[in-house]
Structure formats: C-alpha cells, structure tokens
Design a protein around this ligand. Structure first.
Ligand code: AKG
Length: 294
C-alpha cells in the first residue's frame, strides 16, 4: 500500500496540510540527530556573530546586520548556522552551551549531507510526491530546526510562498519531519485549515544589487484571529506536509524539551516559473536537484 493514501491526498488538498505518522523509524530519527550533533560540534561560528562590542555602536550594528544579511542570502547552496537571539555576549562568546544556541541550520543539507540526502530522496517521499501528481519535482532548500528548550523562538504566522514564490502559485510543498515528538508544550506547528485557498498576502523580494537591506517585502502579512489556528502535534518520525500557501506558525518553546525537525521544500518544476526576485536562487554549484532518482 502507498504511504500516502487517496484519502490522505484528498485531506491535504482540502486543508492545505496533512500529518502522517511513521515516515521514519525512531532509529532513523536518532541517526539524523546524531549526525547533526557532529555537525554542531565542528561548526565554525560565523565571523559576524562574534563581533565584539565597540564604542561605535551604530557602526558595529550596521556591520553586524550586513554580515547577517550576506550570510543568509548566500546560504542556499551551503550548510550555514543561524542562532537564537541573545546567545552571544559583548565579547562574542556563547552565553549558553553551543549545542543549545542554534535556531536552525540551512539551506543545503539535502545536497551535501549523505544521511539527509537519503532521507530527502527516500522511496516514501518520492511516493508521496507521485501520489500528489508531481511530474518533475525538485528540492529547493532544506533546514534543520532546533526549537531549543526554553529559548526556541516563535515563528510568526506566514505562508511559505511568501519566501518561495512561483508562477503559478501552488507549486511548493514543505515536508516537515519530526525527529522528536512535537507537542503543544515544545512548539508544534499550528495551521489555519483551508487558508491555502486565499492566495498570498506578501512576497519577499531581493532589493537592487549593492543595496541594503538585501531583501524587502511587497505587501503585508494579514493579521489572523488566533482562534482560527489548529495545532498539529506529531510523534517522532511523523511528517507534516505543508502546502506553500497555507497559513501556519509555531509558538515559543517554553518547555524543557527540544523539538528537532528536518524540513525541506519541494517544487513541481514542470510549467512553473521560479521567481528571479526570490532570495533563494539555484547556483552553478547547486542547481535545484530532481527529487526522483532513477
Ligand atoms: O519549525 C517551525 O517551528 C516553523 C517552520 C515553518 O514554519 C516553516 O518552515 O515554514
């Protein structure tokens, strides 16, 4: 039997998201987490995070913000480190253990980390894409999100197509794999079911070359009534499929448990135009790889 049933596919189309248990075994989750532990252990903390406090505060802040922006916008074909707020002191030293400092790592684990590459192209994932009728899906980006205990920040309501814009819309799907239980306490996802039917409200665009900030928004995120959001807790090894236009969020992790996930985005490339104004662009080093392997 297919991992994704006809009924599942219908529910995904209706709600704009779907929770499925058992994509990965607990041992497969642990293996991915173990490898991530090694990557974190060996990470080089980027220079702009280590900037020491100086008396020229405005200049320092500007350098830091530009460093941050450059580091982000060139991360599409690299494995890079993004931190929670307040985890460096004035000397540029960690205020928390370094393995507790990261917000996420992105955006090309699927290309350069063999275990993550295998998980991305697994037969189950390929089967899901086939069941949903995708003809030539490609991988756009991948992230490991930590949602650290106590300090894992909230992710405000958004639509992924704001950041990964295509023409027509509706060609992007997020695959969000829980490597630990994601619960109401540790910051599971929340969705507005059916909100993928209402288009998008804003788009992140690159600004003209040589100007800062490097990105800007066209339009504004709508404000959503909190009551419309439905929680989407999922067990370790489960997966949440996220249609690119569905409104979703996650809350701060105030609990003592982390909520590690591996997530990546797929795009149907057939008859789809990738927006050249998107922050993320395919590069010579890493054109968007095909999901289907021969
Ligand atoms: O993992 C989270 O808390 C939020 C992730 C998310 O919203 C996304 O990847 O679009």
């Amino acid at each position: 039997m297919d991992f994704l049933t006809d009924q599942d596919a219908k529910k995904y189309q209706e709600d704009g998201y779907l929770i499925l248990d058992g994509l990965l075994s607990p041992a497969e989750c642990d293996e991915l987490r173990l490898r991530m532990g090694e990557i974190v252990d060996r990470m080089d903390v980027p220079e702009h995070c280590r900037i020491q406090f100086s008396t020229n505060h405005d200049e320092q802040l500007k350098t830091q913000m530009q460093g941050n922006a450059d580091y982000f916008i060139t991360s599409g074909d690299k494995i890079r480190f993004f931190f929670e707020k307040g985890v460096f002191d004035d000397k540029g030293d960690f205020t928390v253990p370094k393995e507790r400092s990261l917000n996420k790592i992105g955006h090309a684990l699927h290309a350069y980390e063999p275990l993550y590459k295998t998980a991305t192209h697994s037969p189950k994932i390929q089967g899901i894409a086939k069941k949903l009728g995708l003809k030539s899906p490609v991988i756009l980006q991948s992230m490991y999100i930590f949602k650290q205990p106590g300090i894992g920040g909230e992710v405000t309501p958004h639509q992924d197509a704001t950041f990964l814009h295509t023409e027509p819309l509706g060609r992007v799907m997020g695959v969000w794999i829980a490597l630990e239980d994601a619960t109401l306490d540790n910051g599971c996802l929340w969705f507005i079911p059916g909100s993928h039917n209402n288009g998008i409200t804003r788009r992140m665009v690159r600004t003209p070359e040589g100007t800062y900030p490097l990105t800007d928004f066209v339009g504004r995120e709508a404000t959503y009534d909190d009551k419309l959001f439905i929680p989407a807790p999922v067990k370790k090894g489960g997966v949440v499929l996220i249609e690119g236009k569905v409104v979703h969020k996650s809350e701060q992790n105030a609990s003592e448990k982390s909520r590690h996930v591996y997530t990546f985005h797929i795009m149907e490339s057939q008859e789809t135009k990738w927006n050249p104004e998107n922050w993320l662009q395919p590069t010579e080093d890493l054109p968007f790889p095909a999901l289907y392997t021969k």
